[in-house]
Design a protein around this ligand. Sequence first.
Ligand SMILES: [Zn+2]
Length: 440
Amino acid sequence: MYDTAEALDVDVIGEQMYGLVKELYPICRSITGNGVRHTLERISQQIPISVHEVASGTTVFDWTVPREWNIKNAYIITPEGERIAEFRKHNLHVLNYSVPVHKKVTLDKLKQHLYTLPDHPDWIPYRTSYYKEAWGFCISHNQLQSLSEGEYEVFVDATLEAGHLSYGELFIQGETSEEVLFSCHVCHPSLCNDNLSGIALTTQLADYLSSRQMRYSYRFLFIPGTIGSITWLALNEGKTRNIKHGIVVTCVGDGGKFSYKKSRRGSAEIDRAVLHVLGHSCEGFHEIDFYPYGYDERQYCSPGFNLAVGSLSRSSHGQFPEYHTSADNLDLVKPQYLKESYETYIEVIEVIENNKTYINLNPKCEPQLGKRGLYSNVGAPSGSKISEMALLWVLNLSDGQHDLLAIAERSGESFRDIRNAAQALLSCDLLKEVTGGPFA
Ligand SMILES: [Zn+2]
């Protein structure tokens, strides 16, 4: 499904994804509010998402959709009359979900509301207080150390009131009602890798798949982290039975090695597909067992759902120094890395789309391949290179109990070679598809 002409376009696609990251970077997002709406509006210029609004106070399993937060401005005025920690200069300066405040405080009192990173004294941390009312500012540690004794004026012009939680969703109907879920979070303010890279890649994937005939249906969610996935699952529980595979898309724009956090099931088809692709396409990657922390896979893999949802990233959750700081910026993410991530995701889609199970129609001794023209194809310059070993493996393991991915895993051949071999054998009537997957 991924031809040479399209491969040439991938460089352009890397730039396009980076362009979206750059456009969305200045917006102050949170788990609710206009920052998320503006982000969804921009995404909807590229793909036809529907935007859902869920009222504050709605019960979603053990949680409640919170009041909506919007912010206009925030800053601190020093005793010298200097304005610092200005929200309009960097939206990380304000504690995300800070309640409004306007008063004068001493330096000691102010310090109780300041967050810094002593190990990276130039960087501004990203901090939130969604479920506990608080006000605060995030500044560089160097700035903290330069503050003198005296009276400080603190000002946060924000509102926290009944409103809505917004999320975006796109469903693309495929040949079957079984679904593949791609989910990304849209709740972080000016942070590129953790948040915007996932949004850009998910948008690009949806754009790519929307014009193609696919075997699976595809669902794309653009949701605030944690409360967004909990809300979607609570309101769409009936749909979850169709989700056959899923990936939480995040941190796909930095230069780190690929990481794959497996689903709670551990050996679901999506886990096998991603690990196979990574094993054949890159030098070294991190395979991470499921753990109940991280991104929205926590909710999708909660025991009441236990969906086959993993998370494919470059650097993983919390494992890069720039994580949740002002250094997760437009320099950390690069078009080239986004492009590599996009290609990897496309490869994974190609595996799950084509992972079928066949039965060898000539199982008693090997069929004679030469008389069917299959040997002449070996290494043929026609572009349809069929590996002889792949042909033999497919014939040998197509007993109805091994899908093509299992054959690729056992043989060490790439999925692409195994699939090409299966197609050649199908065209010679040596294989028949077994519907319903491998029988045990
Ligand atoms: Zn984060």
